[in-house]
Write a protein that binds this ligand. Sequence first.
Ligand SMILES: Cc1ncc(C[n+]2csc(CCOP(=O)(O)OP(=O)(O)O)c2C)c(N)n1
Length: 513
Amino acid sequence: MNGAESLVRTLLASGVDTCFANPGTSEMHFVAALDKVEGMRCVLGMAETVVTGCADGYARMAGKPAATLMHCGPGFANGIANVHNARRAYSPMVNIVGDHATYHRPFDAPLTADTEGLARAVSHWVRTGASSARVGADGAAAVQAAMTPPGQIATLILPADTAWTDGGEVGAPLPVPERTPVAPETLRTIAQALRSHEPAMLVLSGRALSEAGLIAAYRIAHVTGAKLRAPTQLPRMARGRGRPPVDRMPYVVDNALKVLAGTRHVILVCAKPPTGFFAYPGKPSLLSPPDAITHVLARPEQDAVAALEWLADDLGAPKTVPMRDDSPKAEIVRGKFDPEAFARTIAALLPENCIVAEDAVTSGRALFAPTFSAAPHDWLQITGGAIGHGFPCATGAALACPDRKVVCLQADGAGMYTLQALWTQARERLDVINVVFANRIYKILHGELLAVGAQPGRASNELFDLARPELDWLQLAGGMGVEAARVETLEGFADTFTAAARRRGPFLIEFRI
Ligand SMILES: Cc1ncc(C[n+]2csc(CCOP(=O)(O)OP(=O)(O)O)c2C)c(N)n1
């Protein structure tokens, strides 16, 4: 058995059975091993950002890593933007990056690069295989690192000779550490702060946004009056009717400052302190009031759900609390696109138990609160601000959950970064409804220009305008094997979406705004 085969067998033994790939010559022995060994689902992504974005969506829904297979430093570099998003979502991911044979490196052949340096920039764990005999053990260590709470990026660089040389040994699966409990003194201190009835806010992310975490947080809010918020960008949240409607922190700094104003205790549950997405002249970076006390109830790798449940019980919260949802009624609205009207419309249309992958930028700003009244669903967002996440994230989520409908809400400019994911959806016959918000402009950047105090001019118009030439999403999707339709009204959208939801397989709706 060569090193490559030992690595494939190790990954399978450790529970990794899906590989998103875009291989090259240095990965040929790994590919040959995939041919030889049964059990790995291999999915081609026709750009590395698609590969890594798929692995992110897959991990968020499967709760375990997929492997990726990429080619040398430049291939990995192409994939970095969505590794960055995955890292900020705490998604477990095992990247296998093929590279030149060890003895070939000194000759500086064209693909020679600082692969380790590139990997280190975005990975929690990096190793370069040293021998075929060690590659199996390295693979098991990579899976262990990826699965270590809260979820990490592990990158194993595989020089070609470590893959093709005989003497490979299958690595035994390694134990995965449990989530650590929150210290009793932390729980008691925070319980005391909440009992003071001074204005408090729990900021929930990670596991705290699971159904169990949200219910416990809602119980705490019910007895203490504490407010609940999720960060502006969240990895995954259980939402919809019957689940606690916890809104996001607004993106716009002034609005976020208003939400936090007067808060005395900011209690972080797997979340970071509320921070502006960017700095703006004359505005603060940290959004909590300067005199607020920041408490850390649970770090992302800790057992946040148990901590929230302990607090809810200790504070004497009833086990079940009536759910109050003030969000507008879910109903199909008529007329032109408008963010609020679209939100009410999609709330009426989302299929039960669907997965929403959202990279909708400005068209998505108003989506969050009104869709609390939709049927129960999971919502995935771009966590690292590196746009071009929606299509691949939806693709990976659909592979992880073949029995669930996936709805991808994608801005057009961001969608152009990774539209090749549509081809993967067609090839794998994935059940995804892609909605493209075709406003034909980098709209958010117009707002950002004004926010830094500048005025739009010739150059900024040139750089933000996407209408010359116009993108034709029907042809783009059709060219990659995905059926598509164009709509210009909300009622047209509702009809087309309803028809798409009844069928299986990928579909794209271009919503002309
Ligand atoms: C990888 C990456 N490159 C560039 C940017 C900067 N950026 C932020 S939003 C944006 C344009 C978004 O336009 P679009 O997706 O059409 O959404 P809209 O603002 O029109 O709603 C750009 C280029 C980014 N966030 N990430």
